[in-house]
Design a protein around this ligand. Sequence first.
Ligand code: ADP
Length: 399
Amino acid sequence: MTRRVLVINSGSSSLKYQVVDADDGTALAVGLVERIGATGGRLSHTTAGQRHVVEVDVPDHAAAMAAMAQAFAGYGPELADAGLVAVGHRVVQGGEAFARSVRIDAEVLDTVIGLSDLAPLHNPANAAGIRVAMAQFPDLPHVAVFDTAFHLTVPPVAHTYALDRKIAAAHRIRRYGFHGTSHAYVSRAAAAFLGREPDQTNVIVLHLGNGASACAVRGGISVDTSMGLTPLEGLVMGTRTGDIDPAVVFHLARTAGMDIDAIDDVFNKRSGVLGLSGRQDMRDLVDAAECGDDAARLALEVYCYRLRKYLGAYAAVLGRVDAVVFTAGVGENSAPVRAGALAGLESLGIELDPEANQVRSSEPRDIATPGSRVRVLVIPTNEELEIARQALEVVDSRG
Ligand code: ADP
């Protein structure tokens, strides 16, 4: 029997959805409702190789969910006959409450909402999506899959900030890490690609999309990750600073008279490679750097240098590294970024094969030289499939 999962990623102004066949990994339908709560709402729905785009009026998440249901009814597949056995919801912040995916009941939903102070942009929107989906599909089990859960194994030595411990405890301040669904999927796929058991395999995963994070995975378990209390920390990203001296905040407040919201906006939305070069898309950045644009060249160098520093740090954390794994939009597609990140790391046993690095493919592949002690892999991530699989695991474990 085919078993399919409706995967829902409900953001503050968008609703992404997929019907995923958890057995063969295919997506039967992929959709996006945009501009929830604003004017000019739009739905796109792709199924059977056809993309349908319509204008929709979506004042809230309930309207977005209704628009999604209408798209399934109009363009297919018919949801009632799609073999759905669960709905899997992406939830950004699970705090210390959720070390794994869980079936959603009223208590789980309350806990997700209670974690909103840690993720004010995400958890309320995730919860809104869960509520309306549970009303729309009351007979299916709903499962929450958390971005943070994979990192709850990070030990105190790595997740503790050297901050006044009473303040940290009172406000639940620690490193949580994000992109956990992707790091879990990719680290497991890397072990499978190498023909090894996950619990015998040490990898450093570089998830490089618009947001970017590194994860040190020892024996299938996350032992350190670069994002922290929020997704701002760590690597240089499309629009985020990544690591920066926290005193820059005090400096801007005192000398530039900026308030906290303005600084938040600069750090999260107007920094990273965009802030350095005026370009957020890695393709544009690389093109501009190759054409001699100095700001673009420096942005690319800063981006790759930060990656090298994290690789060195995580090599020290892990002791033995079997593979460095690149994933997500930039990691899967940008040969110049991969080359820049790995330049000069031969002493760590990491040797990139320049020709293999240039090959374009959507398949998992090894781009290290034959003699490289550490393998260098490109593994396409698939967060929706991972959510679908985890949802099924939760449903199955209940018998
Ligand atoms: P998100 O974090 O939004 O899920 P993705 O994983 O889709 O992001 O990655 C988006 C990034 O991937 C963009 O910055 C884009 O520049 C980059 N990207 C996509 N395709 C390519 C490509 N062919 N070459 C270089 N970068 C690419």
